[in-house]
Design a protein around this ligand. Sequence first.
Ligand code: RTP
Ligand code: MG
Length: 140
Amino acid sequence: MAVQRTFSIIKPDATRRNLTGAINAKIEAAGLRIIAQKRIHLTKAQAGQFYAVHAARPFYDELCEFMASEPVVVQVLEGEDAIVKYREVMGATNPADAAAGTIRAEFAESVGENSVHGSDAPDTAAQEISFFFSGLELVG
Ligand code: RTP
Ligand code: MG
């Protein structure tokens, strides 16, 4: 598997509790390099655009409210098999199901407020990276 890039968000429940550094330590310990990172405060409309794929789901409105409630840290991660590797580091969506040692097992508060987002496939990774970052901001 070649070097790959994935997109990550440290969500409001985690930024609020000063967990950015602890989450970044887990990312780096897994061999993923943070090649771009910035702290932003999404509007609800921007959160809605980012999560448009979930527009028909019952939790969509609550999810968009949450993502716009406080600042987030958006990141691009690079490494071998980065997409799958980061999803392993994150753990299952519901922290109750997340494996020990994963970000969500250690830090997530609930299935909705689950500390991190990671892209799920190469096409969504590319789309999500370009939604938040210009090529000049990616410093590999
Ligand atoms: P993400 O996209 O944030 O990396 O998370 P994921 O792939 O593990 O989960 P996904 O099914 O894509 O859901 C996106 C986000 O929506 C919120 N969610 N809430 N209340 C609920 O039942 C529920 N289910 C999902 C979570 O914040 C989840 O990460
Ligand atoms: Mg997802």
